[in-house]
Design a protein. Sequence first.
Length: 243
Amino acid sequence: MGDIRTRLFVDGPLAAGQSVRIEGAQAHYLVNVLRLGAGEAVELFDGASGGWRAEIVEAGKRAVLLDVVAQERVQAMPPDVWLLFAPIKKARTDFIVEKATEMGVRRIRPVFTRYTNSERVRPDKLRAHCIEAAEQCGGTFVPELDAAAPLDRVLGDWPEDRRLMFCDETMVAETGLAALRDAGQGPWAILIGPEGGFAPEEAERIRAMPQAVSVTLGPRILRADTAAVAALTLWQAALGDWR
């Protein structure tokens, strides 16, 4: 599918011979922005069955009709790692979700900590950012986006077999690469705190968890959105699909 540059996510299973109707913003993008017409090819993906070659049959002002021709890429799954983060200002929360999708995570969950200074989370908007990032980065998977929840509740229900990479802003933990490689493979999650850091009792609870692996992200204090990218980079290099 190297000759196709336009990629669109569709909500629903794809199959050869299927007709797909695109409306709204996606149709506007194809017809008015890219100026694509009948006979031109687009890659469609549904997040579960890989990439599919589709050809435009009809390009109208309000809708585009495509025929699905064939699967040309098998489904590629990211490593089994989740990202948990405390919501921050809107544009920076959007940035975290977008970059987590590009860098490869299975699941994203906003968590409310004691010092979280942004309590409004729009799941529909964050989902749209996930989809747009997947379309642009060439992936065929869109991360699951969980509803925001209090950190206490999330930790109380934590899976026994999933390690938790705790990005400790106190800088007294082990350096990242060494700690992650020592902990080894398996299901993982990464936890990024709010702009004000974790409350002392929150940090102590996390450190006491048998699944927790405390790491530092270098010698400087990072903003929350920068920390998310740094932590994902570190994890992918140590244990993920960047190795």
